[in-house]
Design a protein. Structure first.
Lengths: 401, 325
């Protein structure tokens, strides 16, 4: 019985191939594994090996484009009669391994192609769970391309999910969405201009952990004292930074080409994620305000920022900025300078950590801060001393008095 | 929250309804002085007297017919059929009369009767005293069927059954009478037709009734140790069936096991499996597994009885098959 040579599927999505030329002629003996013909697909041109040994009895398709699975030749014993005509094009080889010849073809195809091997097939029906079938149908995945891992090789949902991760067949490529073009808002333009400017500044970062037990207690106490004001860690930080800036006047500065400007007040900017983008309204002379007063000013600024009602003078003239992403559970991060200011403090979340103290392990609320400084205005040691003061104030707020 | 045994919970529902409503009374074989074969009605004779706690002759057909007649006349009787197996003797009255009267009278008659009965393996009562026949009655249009598995459920469901205007067959499981559980301070009626999710899970839904609810919960714990998350749902009311809850759960987990003590063949689980395969066909990732007794009369020998009926390990084995492990 002659073996049919069918056009193999050499890759997912391949529907047809073009026979360039036959490397054997009719009547010529072939060995299994010998190059038999050249095939051109939309990806490559390659030699296809014979799947059986014998004599190339008849070439059914001498050249041109052929759908996958169509019989293109017959290999059989010497003197054997080739079938008169090729039967009608069959389905892909993967669909018919129940036939002896088909199984050989599929096996040969599997050797050449590291593609997913054939599904478990029984009497022409692929075994797959209803759920697997539905998922495959919805996602346009061919069950015949999936190997089942369930009982008796049944394709289960997990197998289809895994197949989905493989590169999607070209034919089923989903048209991608269009790129949306949003005009730049003025806020967005300003953010881009100022932060690009900041990037030209030589900057360095210093990172420190502060233990927040007492600072948290202070927040709690303040809330009890001023139940009408919603006091947060940011307010305590604002106060603490303002006090520290007053002690380290070298930090409350701005670099200009002509001179270093040293400011008399700690005007602390607070980075706010407003709907229109990042804005940094300023709490003026925070060193003179109580924590509750800071909270009131801050609440007003944040509310107006969210409503896009900030005025220019709310945003100008800050000498220092606090950017707190602790409420987003960020452990720590590095902030980009807010020019022309000389420094900015990036504040992470307060979280419990194991801290060794005097040879013992303690679980303490810790907060990580990173100070970014303009090196033109501030040196490392200056920044480090400033940061140490902030740390000590947070750990023992009474020191800020 | 007070703690009651399943037995006390049944008694509490009966007594509370009888205190509240003169139309409610109980009748059955040896339920008065003896307090019933399972002690459920113990002490009720003293409180309510022989008029309302009525001993009957040993004729299930006669006592069922009497209860049905009283119900047609406006009473709300609760008849105890001593053993589930004897429901076969009461079946003519329940199936042919109680279930049909409302329909055949064009709604002129209602039959607000409850048939309480109990059964199940566990004490080696032998082949004629340990069957689980709930599926027989689920098959009859005109009957409601309840099978409660916890003290809280049995109390709330019995209350709702007494006040339902249709005949209700109310199954209790013998081995559950002793289990204890918290119940609400006052009786909270549990509507008929509402399933209860005993345990949330994401991999497999086990739909279990009666004793097998508890076995399934044990199996779920074991499965969890092996990394399989099992949801355990008790339909509680077998007729009407809370299809929405069962189908919803299976659409979530994509796998189902049905478990009951009755024999698997033509058991209640067969109906559940049919409902699931039809309504959740495209969500099923494995064949629905069925857990039930082997197809044999229940043996008297304890070791053989235990061999025939299902346990937690049988549920667990079925769970594993659904996830292909």
């Amino acid at each position: 019985m002659a073996t049919e040579v069918r056009l193999p599927r050499l890759g997912q999505g391949m529907e047809s191939g073009t026979i360039v030329k036959w490397l054997k002629s009719e009547g010529e003996p072939v060995e299994k594994g010998e190059p038999l013909y050249e095939l051109d697909t939309d990806k490559v041109t390659q030699e296809v090996e014979a799947e059986a040994s014998g004599v190339l009895l008849r070439i059914a398709v001498s050249g041109g484009e052929v759908p996958v699975g169509q019989t293109i030749a017959f290999i059989g014993a010497e003197g054997e009669e080739a079938p008169a005509s090729a039967e009608k094009p069959a389905e892909a080889p993967a669909r018919e391994p129940e036939r002896e010849e088909g199984r050989a073809a599929a096996a040969a195809a599997a050797e050449r192609q590291p593609e997913p091997s054939a599904a478990s097939v029984s009497n022409g029906r692929i075994k797959a769970s209803p759920l697997a079938r539905r998922i495959a149908r919805e996602r346009g995945i061919e069950l015949s391309q999936i190997r089942g891992t369930g009982p008796d090789g049944r394709i289960v949902a997990e197998d289809v999910e895994r197949a989905k991760a493989a590169p999607a067949p070209v034919a089923q490529a989903v048209p991608s969405g269009e790129v949306e073009s949003r005009p730049l808002s003025n806020v967005r333009k300003t953010i881009a201009r100022r932060l690009t400017q900041a990037w030209t500044v030589p900057a360095f970062q210093l990172t420190v952990d502060a233990e927040m037990t007492h600072a948290s207690e202070l927040v709690t106490r303040q809330r009890e004292l001023y139940p009408d004001v919603r006091i947060t860690v940011t307010d305590v930080l604002t106060k603490v930074c303002a006090q520290a800036l007053m002690r380290h006047r070298d930090m409350n500065v701005q670099y200009t080409d002509d001179a270093l400007l040293v400011f008399p007040n700690a005007d602390v900017g607070i980075a706010v994620a407003a709907p229109q983008g990042l804005v940094v309204p300023v709490v003026r002379a925070a060193e003179r305000l109580t924590i509750a007063q800071i909270a009131q000013v801050r609440a007003d600024l944040v509310e107006r920022a969210r409503e896009n009602k900030l005025r220019t003078d709310d945003l100008e003239g800050g000498t220092f900025t606090i950017s707190n992403l602790g409420m987003y559970d960020v452990d720590q991060f590095i902030a980009v300078l807010n020019p022309p200011q000389a420094s900015i403090l990036a504040v992470g979340s307060t979280r419990e950590q194991v801290v060794p103290r005097a040879g013992e392990l303690h679980v303490l609320p810790q907060m990580t801060m990173t100070l970014t400084c303009d090196h033109r205005a501030v040196d490392g040691a200056t920044g480090a001393e400033f940061l140490r003061t902030i740390k000590s104030f947070l750990e023992n707020p009474a020191l800020a008095l | 929250m007070p703690e009651l045994s399943y037995r006390e919970a049944v008694r509490d529902a009966l007594s509370a309804a009888m205190r509240e409503d003169d139309d409610v009374f109980v009748m059955g074989e040896d339920i008065a002085e003896m307090g019933g074969s399972m002690g459920v009605t113990h002490g009720m004779l003293e409180e309510f007297g022989p008029e309302r706690v009525r001993n009957t002759p040993i004729s299930e057909m006669a006592l069922a017919g009497t209860a049905i007649g009283a119900a047609m006349q406006g009473m709300r009787p609760v008849a105890e059929i001593m053993y589930e197996d004897f429901m076969t003797l009461a079946a003519e009255q329940i199936v042919n009369q109680a279930a049909k009267a409302r329909y055949m009278s064009g709604g002129q008659l209602t039959v607000p009767v409850v048939f309480r009965t109990q059964g199940g393996a566990g004490w080696s009562p032998g082949a004629q005293h340990a069957q689980q026949l709930e599926a027989w009655f689920v098959h009859i249009p005109g009957l409601k069927v309840v099978f409660a598995s916890t003290p809280e459920d049995v109390r709330g469901l019995l209350w709702s059954s007494i006040y339902d205007d249709n005949p209700v067959v109310f199954f209790e499981h013998r081995t559950l009478y002793g289990i204890k559980g918290n119940v609400p301070e006052t009786i909270e009626p549990i509507p008929l037709g509402k399933a209860r999710v005993h345990r949330d899970g994401s991999d497999v839904t086990v739909i279990a009734t009666g004793r097998l609810v508890h076995e399934s919960l044990k199996a779920a714990e074991e499965a969890e140790r092996d990394g399989i998350s099992v949801e355990v749902v008790d339909p509680r009311t077998l007729q009407p069936l809370d299809e929405e809850a069962l189908v919803g759960s299976v659409k979530k987990t994509n796998r189902a096991v049905v478990a009951h003590e009755a024999v698997t063949r033509m058991g209640f689980g067969a109906e559940v499996a049919a409902v699931l395969q039809y309504q959740a066909f495209d969500w099923l990732d494995a064949p629905i597994e069925r857990v039930g007794a082997k197809f044999a009369p229940l043996p008297f020998a304890p070791v053989m009885e235990q061999f025939v009926v299902p346990h937690a390990e049988d549920v667990y084995a079925a769970v594993r098959r659904t996830v292909g492990k």
